[in-house]
Design a protein. Sequence first.
Length: 170
Amino acid sequence: MDIYEVIKKRRSCRSYKTDPVDDEKLTRVLEAARLAPSAANRQPFCMVAVKDKNKKRMLGAAYSKEWFLEAPIIICACVRPSQAWKRGDGKNYADVDVSIAMEHLVLAATKEGLGACWVAAFKARELKDFVEDVFNEKGVEPVAMTPLGYPNEVPAPSSRKPFDELFKIV
């Protein structure tokens, strides 16, 4: 599947099989995120892939949708804002950098036949305590999560705005 096919095939999956994901697939998906570009190559992001059911329940305290916890893996993408590049006006690019890495991850998951769904509507406080414990450092901030697993069904494509409404070529 070429990159354009992967982009067209990517969907937000909200129903997962309980089948485990091969470690090789998980490693390839995480490696795709690792290779993502970041401002000034600072790489101020980190991710935790959660397989353990008890730890997944802890994530459920931050985002309690049942479909979210069905997937065999939940990935939490975080930033270390103090390590990020800052533009001259002070704009911190940590969120941009981790977003690029997450998109690499989601596209790689699609290529591997896995489903994912970008989640940002979580209770940040509960999740922050969890990730600071996992990485054993203060200042790590969760930005997004995604379940990762084999889709139960392929979601229908969602509508998109027309090309001309989004882009101008001058």
